[in-house]
Ligand binder design. Sequence first.
Ligand code: G6P
Length: 368
Amino acid sequence: EAAEKGGYEHFMLKEIYEQPKAIKDTLLPRLRKSDEIKLDSIKITVGNIENLKRIYIIACGTAYHAGLLGKDMIEKHTKIPVIAEIASEFRYSEPLIDKETLMIVVSQSGETADTLAALRLAKEKGARVIAVTNVVGSTISREADDVFYTWAGPEIAVASTKAYTTQIVSLALIALDIAIKKGSISNEKYKLILEELKSIPSKIEKVLEDSEEIEKLADILCKKENIFFIGRGIDYHVSREGSLKLKEISYIHSEAMAAGELKHGTLALIQKDTPIIALVTQDKLYDKTVSNIKEVKARGAYVIAVAKEGNTDIEKSVDNVIYIPEIIDEISSLVSIIPLQLLSYYVAYKRGCDIDKPKNLAKSVTVE
Ligand code: G6P
């Protein structure tokens, strides 16, 4: 097992560090020239796209969190309504599925029982299903109409890391592919996002090189019993994944809140030294989130911000800042999640937790 960990103490840390490569492996084979996407495995035609009324993205756990980001990207660029839902909820609702529905299921293992059942339900009702999965030959990959593999390599740690970021890249490519076929995105925007996607591996490497600062912050957080994450838009989606990572491996109670929703309840729990991790990477939402940071600071919270490099203004409002390299808002999740993964890892490490095999959790949930 030591050999498989490649010199890392845990699979989780190894998998966090594998992300630049996993992303390159997922992205580069899908580019024809350097600025054009070619998705051989997805046979969706312009005709299919024109008839699409809605898209569902269905998944569980971390894959659902990637799905939330997929929803934003697909809806924004294709102008087709997208609903992202947890598989175990979707199945028992009365979803509007017909032949004009496209379903994208996201599953690292390709075996999650609820996600598989959702796929079967959609197919029964005539929808086309694309699977985004990491395991070749998995049940979900066999039953879907089209398969988009995340080439992340085997993910062993229960807490998902490289599967999440490669799922986001896959959903971004699917979004861009549908949008360009539909003519709902400009060429410039399409090329800009592709260029930015190609820059992600080196930006992640930069965050990984600066992990010492993050390790120091873990000294403060590992003694806490409640930690809150806040953010808006994409930052909120990433907060949810950051919070899940932290709770699953460190056993610290954690919640992610849409920053604007704080004052509708969670603010009551904020007191002196309550730790808050605030994501402020979205330019257009920056001022709004800073005003929420001020609300929690006024109640004594200890705030760590995740912000883009060069944003020194944030230092006035918080106790600590983790900087990530400059990146367009749309795909900032691919970089902003990295410090949160590392933070969870170091907090769990300092608490002496069984990082790769957290209690009560399984890598793949094949029961309902
Ligand atoms: C379990 C795992 C998570 C994973 C979720 C969905 O809860 O511990 O890491 O995100 O299942 O799994 P899937 O294989 O469908 O992505």
